[in-house]
Design a protein around this ligand. Structure first.
Ligand code: NAD
Length: 452
């Protein structure tokens, strides 16, 4: 599918470098996405440099340490042995063949895309950009970002007057650009990361070919698409699909609670259908850096086209209301024991946004704790992954995880995250009252247990 006769000089050299592993890879953003990707390339014998503005992370990596629970320090040590190093110094960009950008794409206070991380990264790359380099954006973002943000900044601010390679272009003073979404599902150990096909959309078919060759050395399958916008939209479709279906099942849970029907049993029964149904599960609200955020990148962009993305807005409304439903349920459960929420001691189990991971970004537990405190409850939490929680962009808790020794001292134990470490039978046995938002206590029957 790639027209090699029209390719600029440097293209086939780059393909050879990917094939013989002599290419030097730069990954920008040593977070949940960038660090594991770095290790995958390193395992395939590529020399990788990890860039991060967070000097603390750079320091830990340089000392062969890890700050991500599922990545043991030995893996960093192994990568260092294969030539990996971390740095905050962008001057190294000049020596890199392929640059992969994995920086955050959060929302600002008005629920609009915060592009500042991508822009400042690209502004740091541009003055060091070299002819023939391949620049790939992996951060989740709205369709059009590669063409409207990444390329203009790179073209405007580089020293050599380089422009992006487009179809049929044979000039040497070009760089290559592509978008390839990260599709990781933290905590999901059923699919190895290399088995998740890599969607790649280059600005030209040569850029797509280069990016596919690069990722093909690590991932089992690459899926070339016609341009970066298709790849950008693909990622959003995947996450919006999840967001909308989770909202649907959250709303149906509220109805089922009112009707006295067990939504979990309903989902289990529906899941026996061998076609046409995929199970999504209700919970205390959405969390993580993707599902609560990415859909709003598209609804924001849609407005530019005089279009209201109503499914996204409705799903956001339902999902955002869930932590408040949980707090009301705790108040109601305490009320049934003739206790007011104001003044009651509540122990929240689980800060992470989902089970068995060390990520609390956008976690509904944070909102739940804040709301419980606002309504006068005395709140403690336990989470094996977070010995303490300080201040974030949207919360200021300054709390420490308490041991699980004195469960019976609390008026209510709230299961917010169903970590596998917890002994749920024991918790129900010892607690005065348990409110379960995750069906973690399935199979357990007790008058002091409320599912919400
Ligand atoms: N975490 C996930 O499971 C996941 C899954 C799919 C997609 N994504 C997307 O991938 C992107 C990265 O997410 P993440 O979870 O790795 O974020 P993260 O916050 O864990 O890591 C991002 C890193 O980028 C660094 N950074 C910020 N600005 C920088 C700059 N100018 N130069 C160098 N480093 C800089 C930060 O210090 C941080 O270490 C986001 O767009 C996210 O939506 C994340």
């Amino acid at each position: 599918m790639f027209a090699s006769s029209t390719l600029p000089i440097g293209h086939s050299e780059m393909l050879s470098k990917f094939s013989d592993r002599s290419a030097h890879i730069g990954v920008i953003g040593m977070g949940y996405v960038g660090l594991p990707l770095t290790l995958l390339f390193s395992e395939q014998k590529f020399r990788v440099t990890g860039f991060d503005i967070d000097r603390n992370k750079v320091g830990i990596l340089s000392r062969a340490g890890s700050y991500i629970h599922r990545i043991p320090a030995t893996e960093i040590e192994g990568a260092i042995g294969r030539g990996f190093h971390a740095t905050s110094d962008y001057s190294e960009i000049e020596r890199i063949d392929a640059i992969i950008i994995c920086v955050p794409t959060p929302l600002n206070d008005h629920n609009e895309p915060d592009m500042s991380y991508i822009i400042s990264t690209v502004e740091s790359i541009a003055p060091r950009l070299q002819p023939g380099q391949l620049v790939i954006l992996e951060s989740t973002t709205y369709p059009g970002t590669t063409e409207e943000v990444l390329i203009p900044v790179l073209e405007r601010h580089n020293r050599f007057g380089l422009t992006v390679h487009r179809e049929g272009d044979t000039s040497q003073s070009r760089f290559y650009a592509a978008f390839s979404p990260e599709r990781e599902d933290p905590g999901n150990n059923t699919v190895a990361r290399i088995d998740v096909p890599k969607v790649v959309g280059g600005v030209s078919s040569a850029a797509t070919e280069l990016a596919c060759a690069l990722y093909g050395s690590v991932f089992r399958q690459t899926i070339p698409v016609s341009n970066p916008a298709v790849a950008e939209m693909t990622k959003l479709l995947e996450n919006i699909y999840r967001c909308v279906n989770i909202a649907l099942v959250n709303e149906l849970k509220l109805l089922c609670l009112r009707m006295g029907i067990d939504i979990w049993e309903v989902i289990e029964a529906a899941s026996t259908k061998p076609f046409g149904f995929q199970a999504f599960f209700p919970g205390p609200g959405l969390g993580g850096h993707c599902i609560p955020i990415d859909p709003f990148y598209l609804s924001w962009k849609a407005k530019e086209w005089d279009f209201r993305a109503r499914f996204i807005e409705l799903a956001g409304e339902v999902n955002l209301s869930m932590p408040y439903h949980v707090v009301d349920s705790v108040a109601c459960a305490l009320g049934s024991q003739k206790k007011p929420l104001n003044g009651s001691r509540v122990l929240v189990l689980g800060l992470a946004y989902k089970k068995d991971i060390d990520d609390l970004r956008e976690s509904p537990s944070l909102t739940i704790i804040e709301q419980l405190k606002l309504r006068g409850a005395q709140v403690d939490y336990n989470d094996p992954y977070f010995p303490m929680v300080g201040k974030g962009r949207k919360y200021d808790l300054n709390m420490r995880s308490v041991p699980l020794e004195n469960i019976s001292d609390y008026d209510c134990v709230l299961i917010a995250t169903d970590h596998s470490d917890y002994d749920y039978s024991r918790i129900v046995r010892e607690a005065q009252l348990v409110v379960d938002t995750r069906n973690a206590t399935r199979g357990v029957c007790s008058p002091n247990l409320v599912r919400c």
